[in-house]
Design a protein around this ligand. Sequence first.
Ligand SMILES: Cc1cc2nc3c(=O)[nH]c(=O)nc-3n(C[C@H](O)[C@H](O)[C@H](O)COP(=O)(O)OP(=O)(O)OC[C@H]3O[C@@H](n4cnc5c(N)ncnc54)[C@H](O)[C@@H]3O)c2cc1C
Length: 169
Amino acid sequence: MYTPTPSLSAWSIFWVKIFRRGAFADPPARHGIEALRYLKETTQGLIEPFQSQINWAKEDDSTTCFIDEMKTWTPSLGFDTHGGRVTLVGDAAHPMLPYRGQGFQHAVVDADLFIEALKKGEGVEAYNTEMVERGAKAVAQSLKEAELSMDLEGVKKMMMVRQGHGRSA
Ligand SMILES: Cc1cc2nc3c(=O)[nH]c(=O)nc-3n(C[C@H](O)[C@H](O)[C@H](O)COP(=O)(O)OP(=O)(O)OC[C@H]3O[C@@H](n4cnc5c(N)ncnc54)[C@H](O)[C@@H]3O)c2cc1C
């Protein structure tokens, strides 16, 4: 398929900075220009072209900026299935940090296995058991990857670096 290149002036650049809480003084604001200035001030010395992308973010209404905490939890059995009629899939079941690039993949696997269970006339219990075990493993891996990503020696040990995006759990 051929897609004409749009005018560069119409491009939007999207970047994410991830940092550990406490690595810098708390941000003065969670959104808007002050938050953007904080991110710029605490982001120095990146290899190009990444540093320039940060520096070029305009400090006006054309830039949208939010600072928030990434949420994660380990799934467990015992949630109310309303008599086997309700279950969980995807991030609602096992929100994980994005360091392994696995969240969407597990959401798709969940949906696939849930539909298979329905086709076989099974209740949600067998699905729940497999999903919780697989989801808990993936959440744990994402947390470990996050820790390793915080310094260069750790980065070398990351599954993402050694194995890439392959299915993990
Ligand atoms: C920075 C980042 C990078 C990522 N990279 C990868 C990657 O490389 N590979 C990968 O596999 N995964 C990745 N993920 C994870 C992936 O995006 C999620 O795991 C996936 O989107 C989860 O899908 P979901 O359908 O469960 O939830 P969502 O995509 O969050 O969908 C939930 C939907 O429900 C809507 N909603 C919420 N409340 C209500 C309500 N009350 N009424 C109606 N609708 C509602 C929301 O608006 C949303 O559209 C990444 C995530 C992040 C944040």
